[in-house]
Design a protein around this ligand. Structure first.
Ligand SMILES: [Zn+2]
Length: 274
């Protein structure tokens, strides 16, 4: 079995403040350490279940956060940026996908570092009429390749968002419960490592029983709407051909194929920050 891990940082054990995820801040070293901690705990769970092919994609910011020197050598690391599929680069050919260290969508109450792709640019994202965050955007792209999302780890809000989107078949592992955007009641790493390891193992059981969920994406046609914080950001993104300006802050792209949709989302949001 081949399991693909998309590893973000905001949902890692103990991470509560943006400075811990920002490469320019001294606290960033802690964020990197905790992202690696959670990824290694999940890998242990996969190894417990006899999974031999494990690919980890560093999915935060410049995607060079995970120190390969400390990664369990049974896994391979896809490091660096830019990558065509971003948070899902190299996911083709896996049997299932894990989202580790994930966070809730922009606008979620009591969610550590809630945002959708870019906190500074994106107010909200709607996919086919449903508000989604990174969990939803990425799960849709996984479904386009027939891939189930078997495990989601992060804070309580991220786990709730995943269960609401994907149903009870998705295994979740909660490592902290937010009191606000930048505060949370956190499990100690010694404890969260056990929670993550056991959750990864039960996710593998569900993959084997074909119970891990694929997001329902219909025929793959998409109507993707990004609402930016400002009209200036939307002006910048609206230079994209094939896009429709729906209002001061909102831009739409329609098409077919959810993997394409995921790339459009990155392009639109990327341009918004130009
Ligand atoms: Zn991130």
């Amino acid at each position: 079995m081949r399991v693909y891990i998309s590893a973000d940082m905001e949902g890692a054990t103990g991470v509560v403040n943006v400075d811990q995820t920002d490469r320019g801040k001294p606290e960033y070293a802690f964020g990197c350490r905790m992202q690696l901690h959670d990824v290694n705990a999940v890998i242990e769970g996969l190894l417990d279940m006899g999974v031999e092919d494990i690919l980890v994609n560093d999915s935060h910011d410049r995607m060079i956060n995970l120190d390969i020197g400390g990664l369990n050598p049974e896994a391979r690391l896809l490091s660096g940026w830019p990558k065509t599929m971003g948070m899902l680069e190299g996911y083709e050919g896996a049997d299932a996908v894990f989202f580790v260290g994930y966070h809730a969508m922009a606008g979620t109450r009591r969610a550590v570092l809630d945002h959708t792709v870019s906190g500074g640019r994106v107010y909200s994202v709607e996919l086919n009429g449903v508000e989604v965050g990174e969990i939803g955007l990425n799960a849709a792209a996984c479904a386009a390749r027939g891939l189930p999302v078997a495990l989601v780890t992060g804070d309580r809000a991220a786990c709730d968002e995943a269960e609401k989107l994907l149903g009870p078949g998705v295994t979740t592992a909660c490592v902290k419960t937010a009191h606000g955007r930048s505060s949370a009641d956190c499990l100690a790493p010694e404890v969260s490592s056990v929670v993550l390891r056991e959750a990864a193992a039960s996710a593998v059981e569900r993959i084997r029983k074909n119970e891990a969920p694929r997001m329902d994406i219909g025929d793959g046609a998409f109507d993707l709407r990004i609402t930016f914080h400002t009209t200036a950001q939307c002006d910048q993104a609206a230079v994209l051909p094939c896009s429709d300006r729906l209002g001061g802050r909102t831009l739409r792209v329609c098409g077919s194929g959810m993997a394409e949709m995921r790339r459009w989302a990155n392009v639109m949001i990327g341009l918004g920050g130009a």
